[in-house]
Design a protein around this ligand. Structure first.
Ligand code: PMT
Length: 416
């Protein structure tokens, strides 16, 4: 295992069984040259093309190619391997490997590691151009993309079969360059050891035993943030309203229903948080009273008295010595102006202005944000929520470190 103080980016390279596997040792060499610690995982098919010994020689690490290898599992189990990685790159990714990853098949070590890792995953497809064009492959690629997997290539050119078209694996130099160029790729240490509390989803405010007031939040943005924060090395707790989503791996989960429950769940845990991200769409109002029985249909008209619920985000931002706070402002009009007002009124450190509309905001797969703080702002272009979450976490990590460094230097200069 790597020493604690070794800060080299840790790249898990999955090699699947295509002719392009002969280029993968060169990719390992280039990653190692640029300072990465590379662990290779090979599929059975890959071993038919290149000897594991070749990869061992260039990576300096024994190759893992068998989930049933008791000795290798003993040294570092497949789950430890998945946790070790800052980034999982599969190059080449054959049509079969892409299908297995898209469908969550854990029949070999690569499939298992993909399911268990919290690290970002990139794949470099390589196959015959007709296979690449096939609807089955394209559907699998789209599934992975929607899940936040980055697809590198493929390149267009002459193929091993003698034909020409899209399907060549990107050159190792281009893959290595992409790994080190993307600022958010190797951010896994950016929040290492930071304790992050995230809220997500809607709240439900009961009217009677069968009816409630709620909103259209699906929880997707908040869950993607919790996942990205975990990928960035944070200890993450997710306080969530009712949603139909799986909890991201490695994230602690607290389930709540109402705004009051969310307030309490957050305040019970806030002393143990360095960073608070309020992404939940908390009901601003709740019914003034809850009928113990189902309300009967009698009157032609009825009105519902509502009272304001406690503001979790504003109350966290007010805590003396409290965490760095990030809020969201979902708006339909004058989005950035309203969000800047909320930044000031709630006294938070950062506010993500979230336009609500087609392909943005509540219950959509994609989103776009303008992130505001005192003295600055940054636009994060429209992208799948998983991708946007990684970009936002990278930006939050930067501002969080900036604030922490400033506090430390202020404290150091304060009179004893
Ligand atoms: O869940 P998805 O379908 O993926 O959609 C994501 C989202 C659009 C819900 C999310 O990105 C978002 O914008 N969340 C904030 C929703 C909102 O309308 O917030 P607000 O403007 O009402 O509140 C501003 C901030 O105060 C938010 O951080 C909110 O969590 C917080 N708040 C509000 C009221 C309250 N009683 N307590 C709070 O903590």
């Amino acid at each position: 295992m790597q020493k604690q103080d070794d800060k080299r980016p840790r790249i898990l390279l999955g090699v699947s069984g295509g002719i392009a596997a002969y280029k993968s040792p060169d990719l390992v060499r280039r990653l190692v040259e640029r300072g990465a610690d590379v662990q290779v995982v090979m599929t059975r098919g890959a071993c038919e093309f290149v000897s594991p010994l070749t990869f061992q020689a260039v990576s300096g690490r024994p190759v893992r190619d068998d989930i049933w290898d008791a000795e290798a599992e003993d040294a570092m189990g497949h789950i430890a391997l998945a946790r070790w990685a800052d980034l999982l790159v599969v190059a080449p990714a054959t049509a079969h490997a892409i299908g297995a990853l898209a469908n969550g098949l854990a029949g070999d070590l690569l499939g298992t590691v993909y399911l268990a890792t919290a690290a970002p995953t990139w794949i470099a497809p390589a196959m015959n151009h007709a296979m690449w064009a096939h609807e089955a492959v394209q559907t699998n690629v789209r599934t992975l993309e929607q899940r936040g997997v980055r697809i590198l290539g493929p390149a267009v050119g002459d193929q091993a079969c003698g034909e020409h078209g899209p399907g060549r694996m990107l050159e190792p130099a281009d893959i290595a360059a992409a790994v080190f160029e993307a600022p958010t790729t190797l951010v896994s240490q950016a929040l290492k050891g930071v304790r992050v509390l995230v809220t997500a989803g809607p709240t439900r405010e009961p009217i009677d035993p069968v009816r409630y007031v709620t909103n259209r939040s699906s929880g997707k943005m908040g869950y993607a943030l919790a996942h990205a924060a975990r990928q960035a090395g944070a200890d993450v707790t997710l306080v969530s309203g009712p949603v139909a989503l799986g909890v991201p791996p490695g994230v602690s989960h607290v389930s709540v229903e109402t705004a009051e429950e969310m307030y309490s769940a957050v305040h019970e845990r806030i002393d143990a948080a360095d960073l608070f991200i309020g992404c939940a769409a908390v009901s601003d109002y709740r019914p003034a009273s809850q009928s113990p029985q189902k309300i009967k249909r009698k009157a032609e008209e009825m009105s519902l008295a509502l009272v304001r619920s406690k503001d979790t985000l504003a109350s966290v931002a007010k805590l003396a010595g409290g965490p760095f706070t990030v809020g969201f402002a979902a708006e339909t009009d004058n989005v950035v102006d309203h969000a800047r007002q909320k930044l000031e009124n709630k006294g938070v450190d950062m506010m993500a202005a979230n336009r609500v509309g087609p392909d943005c905001g509540f219950d959509q797969e994609t989103n776009a944000l303008t992130v505001l703080w005192r003295g600055g702002e940054q636009t994060l272009e429209q992208a799948p929520k998983s991708v946007l979450a990684r970009r936002l976490i990278a930006l939050i990590a930067e501002r969080f470190r900036h604030a922490r460094d400033r506090n430390q230097s202020t404290n150091a200069n304060a009179p004893a």
